[in-house]
Design a protein around this ligand. Structure first.
Ligand SMILES: Cc1ncc(COP(=O)(O)O)c(C=O)c1O
Length: 384
């Protein structure tokens, strides 16, 4: 699927109106991504994981489309409430939660919670009595860039004993969830996880516990520098087939994060300084590792950089504006000779970029503008 990408003219138009660095989100692209997922996995109810990108315009658009939401904290619940989304459309999918946050969530109408340890049960039972709980099981996946199974998920043998304990504590054992790891490059791990969950569902029924929901988490990938283009058609076809074969009678949920906005946002930054160090060109950008490019540290990510100047491509170093030398965005990146004032565009930065940016050294995180609001039909024609 094609990612959203500004033209040079559109980028220049926006750069005349907004100081760089700024992000540009296409809500039409977010909507296209949502519809694609609904079409490819029609039996799956979407709970968008708002940690990936919590820009209010994105959340409002997804809420209007009928999406539900995966929230991880009180702050995320409040944000969704402030946008008019009821707690009944949220799943509190952080397996370990402070007692006070469970109480706050229950008060907000949230009645779906995940957990992966016995220590969570008394907290849930005391603060959200009768709530529906899903146990998160640990699954294996070498093909995921971000491992989410070292810290999360109970070993499969303990999943049902945990649900029975939750039941005895007055909670409603409602289902099983897993997360294959973020940026999963193949569907094989989903297939294995679904087989495992089928065995657990059958065993639960044999033990007198009828589970209603299966939550297949997030994990769908977006394009990344240096990686093959993800095969979303192939992955979703395989997941759909496994779900049809293994879970025809079960309500399926998913918590896509990265996939939903990853391809819908561009970052525009400016070269604010140039240096020649050891004979190599170095470029200082007005955004860096502490800002939008934080995924290098937090998300194992390699960013694409695009330029609008022509010329021979020379392996160059790109760094951020802070006074820290860890602030390196890319080394030996092929680039034409750039000058102060040149713009650099990074596509596919819609997930886990703005959400984790800091204001270290006083540099404020890039603000997000909405493409369709800025470049309404008339303006689009003018710059194209
Ligand atoms: C519980 C949970 N659900 C969903 C997601 C979103 O995953 P992804 O961005 O891989 O789709 C995450 C990511 O950390 C998560 O922890």
């Amino acid at each position: 699927m094609k990612s959203f990408r500004l033209t040079e003219e559109e980028m220049d138009y926006l750069a005349e109106r907004y100081p760089t660095p700024f992000m540009v989100v296409s809500l039409e692209k977010v909507e296209e991504n949502y519809h694609y997922l609904r079409r490819r996995l029609p039996q799956v109810k979407v709970f968008y994981a708002i940690k990936a990108n919590s820009e209010p315009a994105v959340l409002q658009r997804l809420a209007a489309l009928g999406s539900n939401f995966d929230v991880a904290s009180e702050g995320e619940i409040r944000l969704m409430q402030s946008l008019g989304v009821d707690g009944s459309r949220m799943i509190y999918a952080n397996p370990v939660k402070p007692a006070a946050s469970i109480r706050m969530a229950a008060g907000a109408g949230v009645d779906k919670f995940t957990f992966d340890d016995e220590s969570e049960i008394p907290k849930l039972a005391a603060n959200a009595p009768g709530a529906q709980v899903l146990v998160r099981v640990q699954v294996e996946n070498d093909a995921a860039v971000v491992n989410l199974n070292e810290k999360f998920g109970v070993v499969p043998e303990l999943a049902l004993p945990l649900l029975h304990k939750a039941c005895r504590a007055g909670l409603m054992p409602a289902g099983i969830c897993f997360h294959v790891g973020s940026q999963s490059l193949t569907a094989e791990a989903y297939g294995r996880a679904l087989q495992l969950c089928r065995r657990l569902f059958d065993q639960a029924r044999a033990e007198g516990m009828a589970l209603k929901y299966l939550d297949i988490g997030g994990g769908l990938p977006v394009p990344e520098r240096g990686q093959a283009e993800p095969d979303l058609d192939g992955m979703t076809a395989s997941i759909r087939q496994s779900l049809e074969e293994l879970f025809p009678e079960v309500e399926i949920w998913s918590e896509p994060g990265r996939y939903m906005c990853g391809t819908a946002v561009n970052l525009v930054s400016t070269v604010i300084g140039t240096k020649l160090r050891g004979g190599q060109p170095w470029y200082v950008l007005d955004d860096g590792l502490y800002g939008s490019y934080n995924g290098i540290v937090f998300d194992h990510w390699s960013y694409k950089l695009e330029f609008f100047r022509r010329g021979e491509l020379i392996p160059s170093v790109f760094v951020g504006p802070s006074c820290d030398s860890i602030d390196v965005v890319a080394r030996d990146f092929p680039a034409p000779r750039l000058q102060v004032g040149d713009k650099v565009l990074s596509p596919e930065v819609g997930s886990y970029c703005s959400s984790a940016a800091t204001s270290f050294n006083g540099f404020q995180p890039a603000k997000t503008v909405v493409y369709e609001e800025q470049l309404a039909a008339g303006a689009r024609e003018a710059v194209s």
